[in-house]
Design a protein around this ligand. Sequence first.
Ligand SMILES: Nc1ncnc2c1ncn2[C@@H]1O[C@H](COP(=O)(O)OP(=O)(O)OP(=O)(O)O)[C@@H](O)[C@H]1O
Length: 250
Amino acid sequence: MIEVKDIVKTFGENEVLKGISAIFQTGKNNLIIGGSGSGKTTMLKCIVGLHEPTKGQVFFDGENFTEMDFEQRVPIRTQIGMLFQNSALFDSMTVEENIMFPLNLFTNQSIAEKRDRANFCLERVNLKGRNKLFPAELSGGMKKRVGIARAISMEPKYLFVDEPNSGLDPKTSILIDELIAELTIEYQMTTVVVTHDMNSVMGIGDHIIFLHQGQKWWEGSNKEIAHTDNQELNDFVFASKFMQAAKEKL
Ligand SMILES: Nc1ncnc2c1ncn2[C@@H]1O[C@H](COP(=O)(O)OP(=O)(O)OP(=O)(O)O)[C@@H](O)[C@H]1O
């Protein structure tokens, strides 16, 4: 479980997060949604320590991450898997080398053990045997899957994903969502996904936080979202005529 308490983040005069508190449960797909510039990525970066919050605290399973120094954070950092936008694979490394990268950095495993783990992760994301390919030889969906394989290589307790569906066709997007959702349950991870993909919201949104102008404006599940009377959330989720028509049938 991850708890954020009263997170404020300012950049100069710009107060981007205005005191956000939330709990992200273990084994759940927690989604952060909101309009462009509402502070979603900033929130994710504050949780993982890529930004220091101006105020407030982040707890990983009760441990106060915010007040730890660099060294003290290492054990928690090794339990964090991340998939950021564009998959962030190393272009000069093969698929296998990309997946083994965190293992090289953080473990003393032998080459054989690391290769076994890479094979296991590749199989788990349906890319068995693609070890020797380079990122340039992969489709966007395959790159995401390699990114997921790398993110789970260390058997993380916490998984953070920023816009997993960007640049993917709708069918591949759903496959990626389903993979994240399956892995979350299988490994009982606390997963936090930043998205503005409505298929993801409706498909895997166990717990959703809607940010509006740097504040937590609404919180609930995908089942509740269809019946909300929150005006800003409605305007955001059901912006298109198609979604409005779909809502009426729910
Ligand atoms: N490093 C930074 N320095 C200064 N301002 C920043 C920085 N990072 C983000 N911001 C500002 O914070 C605000 C929120 O940005 P953020 O990327 O968190 O939004 P977002 O909700 O993820 O948007 P999008 O959906 O467009 O990716 C924006 O006004 C942005 O300019």
